[in-house]
Design a protein around this ligand. Sequence first.
Ligand code: AN7
Length: 402
Amino acid sequence: MFRLVCVECGKTFPPDEIVYNCTSCGHLLAVQYDLDTLNVDRGEWNRRPLSVWRYREILPVTIPPVSLKEGGTPLYHLSRIGKEIGLPYLYAKHEGMNPTGSFKDRGMTVGVSMALQLKKSSVACASTGNTSASLAAYAAKAGIPAVVLLPAGKVALGKVAQALMHGAKVISIRGNFDRALEMVHELCLSHGLYLLNSVNPFRLEGQKTIGFEAVDQLGTVPDRMILPVGNAGNISAVYKGFTELISLGLMDRMPMMTGIQAAGSSPVVRAVHQNLPEVIPEDHPETVATAIRIGAPVNAEKALAAIRKTGGTAESVSDAEILAMQKALARMEGIGVEPASAASVAGVKKLVEMGVVDRDERIVCVVTGHLLKDPETVIRQCEPPVEIDADLPSLLSALQLS
Ligand code: AN7
C-alpha cells in the first residue's frame, strides 16, 4: 500500500488521485509506502534479473507493467580515467544502455504503467529531448497517444528522431524548456492528459532503481553518487530510494549525493554554494549539454534536501570540461555518452582537484544518455573521415605508411 504525501506540509492523498502538486501548499509530492509492513526478501530480489522490476515491492504499479526491459544497465570500472585523476574506485553506471538510450526509461516504465493503472488514455510531457523519446516509445508500447513539447532548435537530433518515429505528436515551441513545462502542465490540468514530467512522483519511483542496481552491482554501498542535474528529479529519486533501503534494513549508510550542472545553467549549484533556502531560477540557461539546459528545476527542493542531508555537494563544469570528458570516456574507456552525461565524470575530476573528494572514495557516476543521442555535437568535435581514391597507394598514403 502507498499514498502520496506533500514533502512540505505532509498532507496526504490517496493512491488513485490524479494530483501533481499539493492542493494545500503547492509543494511537490512523493510516494510513501508502509515500509514496516512490507515483506521484502533480499534473497528473492537477488534471484530476479537486474532490472527496474527486481524491486517491484517498492514500486507503485499493481497491473502488469508496460515494459521494454529497462534497467539492468552496466556498471563499469573507469580504470584509465580513474588512474589519471587519482581515483582507484571510480565507476560509471551507463544509463545510455536502456531501451531508448537514457535513464528516462526507468521512469517511463513506471509512469506509463501508472497512466494505465489510473485509467488515463493519453500522456504528455515537455522535454529537453530524452523524456520525449522515452515517453513516445512507452506510449507506443501501451497503445495510447502521446503529446510532447520541445524547445525549438534546442533538442539533439537523435532524440527528436525517436519521438517522431515512435509516433508522438511532437510540438516545438518558440521558448525554452521551462516555458514548455509550464504550458504542458496547464494543458494536462485543463484537458486531462496525464503529465509525465518529473513533477509526477511515480516517474521518480522508477528512476530510484538506478541506485538500487548500483549497490547490488558494486556489492557494497558507494561512498558517493554523482549525477548530472537538470530538473533535479533523478538525484532526488536516487536519494529517496536509498532512504527506503535504509528503512528496510537493506543498506547501512547513505552515499553523499552529489549533483553536477553545466556552468551556464547551474541554479542548484548556486543555491548549495550560497546556502540559499531555495533555488533562484535562471531566465536564460545555456550549455552545449542541451539535456540539462534548464533554468528552473522543478525538483529543486527535493534535490537540495538530498544533497544537504547526505553531506554531498554540487558543482558546475564548463562546456569545454564536459566535451573533454565526453571524449575521454569514449577514447579511454570505450563508453559513449552524450554531453550531459559526461558532466558527472567531469564534475568528479574537478571535485578531486579542488580537494572536496577523497581519493579513496568509492564513487558511482551516473552517465545518463547514449552517445548517439547527439551526433551533431560529436561531429563538431571530431575530424571528419579522410576521403581517398579507392586504391591501396592512396590508403597507405592516408595512413602515412610506406
Ligand atoms: C542525459 O528529457 O529533463 O536532473 O526533458 O536527458 O532528473 O532532470 C532530461 C534530463 C541528465 C537531468 N542527463 O536529469 C528531459 C530532461 C540527461 C538528461 C538529465 C537529463 P534531471
